[in-house]
Design a protein around this ligand. Structure first.
Ligand SMILES: [Zn+2]
Length: 167
């Protein structure tokens, strides 16, 4: 899903763990949401609406009760990432390394992606360089307690997966 902001920027919602998106449950729905989620054993998504913030102008887009986006302009400028994790810079991020032997168009063969505190999106031309950078970052972030999960894939095959399947 993509939202064209009034300022001209585009808000993209195509992956998980977005720092500019939040899930909203109305106070009037909160108890029903909690009860139904408990009895279902999973979140009752029918109560959940979404909120987005434009990272360019700071505008907030909120789903109303009919799931129509309503926009709000911040009182102060520079109010960025209002909707990010309450853990702030301590948020545990997933790390993903991908090696593709035959990438499409002008995509890189190797890419390393992590949207944690430092936010990394790097490209690599050789498998060795990608592998080295992946493990260096893996051990650094794991040591700092900033890692949620890690996956290194080489042409579709998982080379490294953390935590392992028996955790
Ligand atoms: Zn905007």
């Amino acid at each position: 899903m993509k939202i064209g902001c009034i300022c001209g920027a585009v808000i993209v919602d195509q992956t998980d763990y977005l720092a500019y998106k939040a899930h909203l449950v109305a106070d009037q729905d909160w108890e029903d949401f909690a009860e139904s989620s408990q009895s279902l054993g999973e979140f009752d998504q029918s109560f959940v609406r979404h909120c987005y913030q434009c990272t360019s102008c700071g505008r907030l887009y909120v789903d109303d009760h009919e799931r129509r986006l309503v926009s709000f302009v911040p009182e102060t400028t520079g109010a960025q990432l209002t909707l990010r994790s309450i853990k702030g810079a301590q948020w545990k991020a997933p790390l993903i390394g991908t090696w593709t032997i035959e990438p499409i168009a002008d995509q890189p063969k190797g890419s390393l992606f992590c949207q944690g505190a430092d936010g990394i999106a790097e490209q690599y031309g050789t498998w060795e360089a990608l592998e080295q950078a992946y493990f260096a970052l893996f051990y650094r972030l794991k040591g700092l307690g900033l890692l949620r999960s890690a996956l290194l894939r080489k042409d579709g095959t998982a080379i490294h997966l953390w935590p392992g399947e028996n955790h």
